[in-house]
Design a protein around this ligand. Structure first.
Ligand code: PMM
Length: 280
């Protein structure tokens, strides 16, 4: 099987635009309206500079319920097929091997696996056969129970060790090192203080020799940081500037890319970081 290379850019870090095709956009009878809206949104993100559109059909928010595999496939495949037909690069946000396999056949060129291969023992085979990049995110369990799993001796070394075990397993299954990317999994079985420690020690991950992705966009640790004086957490809509600040940080500190909702602002931040780096 031919290899798909990990996308990179000469001028800045990679920006992945989030396209969640979860029930709200596919509600009763509105499926095609939802599909059109999803495509339009993806096109806007590409026009703003997105290098990859990350299509996901199951919410991974803390406490979210899982959806059946058929439903997840039904949500993501039409979108992936149509985007790929327009020449848009797509990653599929799934931990299910069956969905990843269908998504790659439909034109996805990257598998973004929030379980780092732990969610489905067949994922390594799918990625090996596809020859495509595989984002291994740090994960300890599904969304419905991950809050209980946020306990670490030292979050930075624990996450590094657990991620390296995912890499070892992937390589043992025959996946190439040149197919792998790492992601510390901000917000996944992590409290706010864990996320900040992982960011503060980003070099622990970038020094491992594999590209590193960060997904901080709109996450609740930013809402907590930005809480008002009464302690009310800032809602998602008010977390964009903080997200963009973290993209600048990611760009300055050797990340490969960021996964974001608001592509335009984050492309600008990535360019700012790149300009500073190249002037060093
Ligand atoms: N976060 C979410 C979903 N997918 N994938 C990767 N690789 N890294 C992440 O941090 C990540 C992800 C959850 O965010 P959303 O609910 O805003 O999509």
């Amino acid at each position: 099987m031919s290899r798909t290379e990990i996308p990179t850019r000469a001028d800045r870090i990679v920006v992945m635009g989030v396209l969640n095709v979860t029930p709200d956009s596919f509600s009763d009878g509105g499926r095609y309206a939802g599909l059109d809206a999803a495509l339009d949104h993806a096109r806007v993100m590409v026009a703003e500079g997105a290098d990859l559109i990350d299509v996901g059909g199951e919410s991974t928010r803390p406490g979210a319920q899982r959806v059946p595999v058929e439903e997840e496939a039904r949500r993501v495949l039409p979108v992936i097929e149509l985007l790929a037909a327009e020449g848009i690069k797509v990653s599929v946000d799934t931990y299910r091997a069956a969905v990843a396999e269908l998504a790659v056949a439909a034109g996805a060129s990257v598998v973004n696996d929030v379980s780092g291969g732990l969610g489905d023992s067949d994922m390594a085979r799918v990625v090996k056969d596809a020859g495509c990049p595989w984002i291994l995110m740090h994960w300890r369990g599904h969304s419905d129970r991950m809050a209980d799993l946020a306990h670490y001796d030292n979050v930075v070394t624990d996450v590094r060790t657990e991620l390296m075990a995912r890499v070892t397993d992937a390589l043992a299954a025959g996946v190439g090192a040149d197919q792998l990317l790492l992601d510390p999994g901000l917000g996944f079985a992590k409290k706010a203080e864990h996320n900040w420690a992982l960011l503060a020690h980003l070099d622990t991950f970038t020094s491992l020799g594999l590209p590193v992705l960060l997904g901080a966009s709109r996450k609740s640790f930013l809402g907590r940081l930005l809480a008002d004086p009464a302690g009310t957490v800032r809602p998602t809509a008010g977390r964009e500037d903080a997200t963009t600040a973290l993209t600048t940080f990611a760009g300055l500190n050797g990340a490969w890319g960021v996964r974001v909702h608001d592509v335009g602002a984050n492309v600008d931040a990535a360019l700012v970081a790149a300009a500073i780096r190249s002037a060093r």
